[in-house]
Design a protein around this ligand. Sequence first.
Ligand SMILES: [Zn+2]
Length: 427
Amino acid sequence: MASILLKDVTIADERKDVFIDKGRIEKIRPSGSCVDWDIAGDCEVYNCSGKVAIPGFINMHTHAGMSLMRGIGEDMLFHDWLSKIWKIEANFDHEYVYWAAKVACLEMIRTGTTTFNDQYWFFQSCQKAAAETGIRPAVGYDIIDHGDPEEAKRQMEQCEQKYEEVADLWDKEGSIYELAFHAIYSVSEPMMIWASDFARKHDIPLHIHLCETQKEVEDCKAAHGGLTPVEYLESLGILGPELLAAHCLWLSEHDIELLAKYGVHCIHNINSNTKLSSGYRFLYNELRDAGVNICIGTDGCASSNNLDILEAMKTSALFQKAWRGDPKALPLPELLDMATVNGAKALRLNSGRLVEGALADISLVETDSTYFLSPGPFLANLVYSAHSDCIVSVIAGGRFVMRDREIPGEKEVLHEARKVLSQIKTL
Ligand SMILES: [Zn+2]
């Protein structure tokens, strides 16, 4: 892997030279320092004058395989939408998911994401697509048995077998292996307990949907003696720091205490939640004040329609300010943490910060545009004014995955993905 020298790049309003080697940020020094650096071997020099470096985003909840399903489930309530999606997905295979995931990776790169936490069938296709494009997936076997004991048994066996098969492909900083189960209403109790034990035994994350709709909470209370989904998972011994819980939208005070007590990581997905009218009163302040690590995700394109973290950041902040009637709600530095370091913490990665020793996951923002022509702070202009097309170059794990808006192989991916579109039989 060639090393990279970012010359005269702006980081937190200061101009710096940055040396990247073996996938990590080796040196960050004042601009001009690099003339004295003795850089041996192959080094790519990139002039960053006028560009600002930000940490690569970490999209903590996606379904990359859904990237070709935009617009086919509009104006529908969550549970109607989900049963429609499941019927369509029954027709998918490895080939389909591979090209859909490739498209998702292209879009994530364009919008500055360098790590994503995925949940989908045919996870090896997603891992392959991400590895080829150069961004880092957290992905693994996805469990959903719909309460069928035979199906549960089959999936347990397959999960064990897949884990052995893929063990060599995974390394902590390239691809992160995890286990997923869909949700408490689509997975049987023994299967959820088995999955939790499996994740703990192998020391891997467990990625789930939790408290996404009011119906999920009400159904759970009715079925389990008044327990909320969070209380129900606690009763099964499933809450723990390996749990990556997407949505967490309908929570009681006691739920928040439990999520904090067990170190569960919560992932906010505002665009998906609002579009499916699942809700918008995400209890950010309450979760944060309880000490819960809060991350951000887009969710899949069948509900959020794109994978643009910058857009999700803006919408998250706007909704917090609006429903709380408090303009100070979800301030910019916390919003940036949700999209970077908090995700890194959940996945146990040394990423999400531009510091020496961290993984070189970096986006470069072009500021020569109307959006940045202001004396206001860069972060405000980035989140509230600009669009993600201001991101011109992206480095993931020390490699350029987009350079001056060029992503290698992009045309071929779009061409091949068009061919598998016919597998989507809209109902
Ligand atoms: Zn989801």
